[in-house]
Design a protein around this ligand. Structure first.
Ligand SMILES: [Zn+2]
Length: 261
């Protein structure tokens, strides 16, 4: 199944066939590469002037586009972050614009096939080029123009490790307050992020560094430096998603409602 077809299915979008023609010969959709047979209802492939992803097309010289791709490309709403940021499954489309929603799906990856897309940049069509995931053990996320790969077991192992380090940090704070006769304060564990580098928009790329509270744990001899090695085995995409995956608040355990077109 192509990305475009899965996205259409997830939102119950029936492709409009009124402007199709009958394929004169067997071909492939220029965008997604789905097979088109002679006589199938197809659209003549015509790139818009603003389209700059010819290099990502299955066959940019194809004469035809499939009805699903045509539907996505002609609906300008798919340019918006709201509709190009989501988890698209056969059971529905779910929002992942918020970190807490992202956290839910990282803790509970959907049943394949699914598509995970996050549009953080300018308005652009990205869902058609997002890989369809056939596994939730290793899967891909379309992050604007990047495709990042996630090893789920590795990511969740690091989440568990981070939670343990949060325990150590929190206990050290409590001990310190007790020792100095200070009133204990609320500790917001979700503010103890592993990496500095990115906000929701993921705009700073490739420069992830560990947050100071983690380095302080080493300096205070509460943990060994080797305890931080686990973070370094993450690829950039996994590190980017770790900040969401490690969220512990209530909302991150609630499956978000589906959204429609
Ligand atoms: Zn197509």
């Amino acid at each position: 199944m192509s990305s475009s077809e899965l996205v259409c299915r997830s939102m119950n979008i029936e492709p409009n066939l009124s402007e199709t023609v009958k394929a004169e010969f067997d071909a492939f959709c220029g965008y997604c590469g789905v097979e088109l047979k002679e006589g199938d209802a197809v659209h003549l492939l015509k790139f818009k002037k603003s389209f700059i992803d010819q290099n990502l097309c299955a066959d940019g010289s194809s004469k035809y586009a499939c009805p699903h791709c045509n539907e996505i490309m002609n609906r300008s709403k798919f340019l918006l972050p709201k509709l190009s940021t989501g988890i698209f499954t056969e059971q529905g489309a779910y929002p992942v614009g918020k970190n807490t929603n992202r956290a839910y799906f990282l803790k509970n990856p959907p049943k394949p096939p699914f598509l995970f897309s996050v549009n953080i940049g300018q308005s652009q069509h990205i869902v058609w080029k997002a890989p369809v995931n056939l596994s939730n053990e290793v899967f891909f996320v379309q992050l604007s123009n990047h495709v990042i790969s996630i090893n789920h077991k590795k990511l969740m192992g690091t989440v568990k490790h981070l939670h343990k380090l949060r325990d150590i940090h929190s206990q050290a704070l409590l001990d310190d307050w007790a020792l100095n006769n200070k009133k204990p304060q609320q500790i917001d564990r979700d503010k103890l992020n592993p990496f500095y580098f990115l906000g929701m928009k993921g705009d700073v790329v490739g420069t992830y560094t560990l947050c100071s509270w983690l380095k302080d744990l080493v300096e205070s001899e509460l943990i060994e430096e080797s305890e931080l090695a686990e973070f370094k085995q993450l690829n950039w995409g996994e590190a980017w998603l770790l900040n969401a995956a490690c969220i512990e608040n209530e909302e991150s355990n609630v499956k978000p409602e589906t959204f429609t077109y």
